[in-house]
Design a protein around this ligand. Structure first.
Ligand SMILES: Cc1ncc(COP(=O)(O)O)c(C=O)c1O
Length: 405
């Protein structure tokens, strides 16, 4: 009998995607499903980027360079300078096929099998995937919905450091919680990393999305203080709304790490060349485009927050950034509730008469401590304000029906 590896069985299904077959079945029955389960916004890609795709002539479509296509590397360097970090040079950037590949390469680059990485739970569920793939153990430190998922005291974090701890990985602004860490929180992490000689990985794919006048505090601000320890993980997907252009970057001043990840990059040959030429046009995306998108997400945040907080039993901290939030619901098993939304719940649209429902992600998969997140869901506010209002209405009705059956 042939069998696949034992470690393959340890790779968890994505909580964001695992209920998709139920959504597909509902759609086959003619039901409209509003997708708030995944961070794939309905906002248009900038015109300058679309134009590259529409006018692409180069034939054949070949490989790019392993570190990144020079024109894209130059655009990234330009971007980091523009946002205030002129010390970033091309040699400090490794282009990756999505931020996702960057997470995996970085974990591989700093951990040996069995090493530990501290994360703050709930955390981006795919960190689990890359931890398993790289033989890394994630050590979760709990944060709570009651205090908006902000970080615990330094001493609480330090208590979890062992001989095997190699790094602290955090996401700022956070997916899934929408928390934007304060300057003192980021500085506390920098100081712990320094004191205990740990790597500090900051996933900043939502850097531009901080609300209510907040400004995200980037690890790039501290990179020169801990040049060999600081690693920034980045992505084009959300900043320019090009999720299908599979590009991200690892940014670090650690020359040994960058030389190593380049060797991994050589092993996988290159990221897509068309993608990189599209993304290189980030230099032509006007600041006004970025502001418009930022303001639109902030308004969506308001629609969702104001709508959900009025529903009895719902707990929602005001999201501070990104376009996600973890919401506490008056249900005992959110996975069952999320599945039921797709299999059973139907509400007829007042406008079209069509049967409708909403898809959200059960939050359990964003925790690694068993049992946590059981009455929470993660919501991505990626739809326009009209659709979002309808989603709030659907969730309110669904909770009433679900809890009275
Ligand atoms: C926190 C976080 N990091 C990394 C990624 C990976 O993004 P991509 O692979 O699309 O660049 C995502 C995507 O949703 C994310 O939310």
């Amino acid at each position: 009998m042939i069998s696949v590896s034992r470690r393959l069985a340890q790779v968890p299904a994505s909580p964001i995607r695992k209920l998709v077959p139920l959504a597909t079945a509902a759609k086959k029955q003619g039901v409209r499903v509003y997708h708030l389960n995944i961070g794939d916004p309905d906002i248009e890609t900038p015109a300058a980027m679309m134009k590259v795709l529409q006018t692409w002539k180069t034939n054949p479509i070949g490989y790019s360079q392993s570190q990144g296509e020079p024109v894209f590397l130059e655009s990234l360097r330009w971007y980091y300078h523009k946002i205030g970090f002129p010390f970033i040079d091309a040699q400090n950037i490794q282009v990756t096929s999505g931020g996702s590949e960057g997470i995996s390469m970085a974990l591989f680059g700093i951990c040996s099998p069995g090493d530990e990485v501290i994360v703050f739970e709930p955390f981006y569920a795919n960190y689990n995937t890359y931890a398993v793939v790289n033989g890394v153990t994630l050590v979760p430190i709990r944060t709570s919905i009651k205090d908006g998922f902000h970080l615990p005291r330094e001493s609480v974090i330090e208590k979890r450091i062992t001989k095997r701890t190699r790094a602290i990985l955090f996401c700022n602004p956070s997916n899934p919680t929408g928390t934007v860490y304060t300057k003192s929180e980021v500085e506390a992490l920098v100081s712990i990393a320094k004191k205990h000689a740990l790597f500090l990985l900051s996933d900043e794919v939502y850097r531009e999305y901080a609300y209510d006048g907040r400004k995200q505090v980037s690890l790039l601000s501290y990179m020169e203080k801990i040049p060999n320890q600081a690693i920034v993980l980045d992505s084009m997907s959300k900043r320019y709304n090009v999720c299908g252009v599979r590009l991200g970057a690892i940014v670090s001043l650690n020359a040994e790490l960058m030389a190593g990840v380049l060797r991994i990059g050589q092993g996988r040959l290159s990221s897509g060349i068309v993608d990189q030429h599209i993304a290189a046009k980030l230099t032509d995306v006007p600041d006004s485009w970025m502001k418009k998108v930022h303001d639109e997400f902030e308004k969506r945040r308001d629609v969702l927050y104001e709508g959900l907080r009025k529903i009895p039993g719902v707990i929602i901290p005001k999201p501070e950034g990104a376009f996600y939030t973890i919401v506490g619901l008056p249900v005992s098993d959110s996975e069952k509730f999320c599945a039921w939304l797709l299999t059973d719940f139907r509400d007829h649209s007042f406008r079209s008469g069509q049967a409708e429902t909403v898809m959200v992600a059960p939050a359990g998969g964003f925790y690694s401590t068993p049992g946590l997140g059981k009455n929470e869901v993660r919501i991505a506010y990626v739809l326009n304000q009209t659709d979002l209002k309808r989603c709030v209405e659907l969730l309110a009705r669904a909770l009433t029906v679900y809890n009275n059956q």
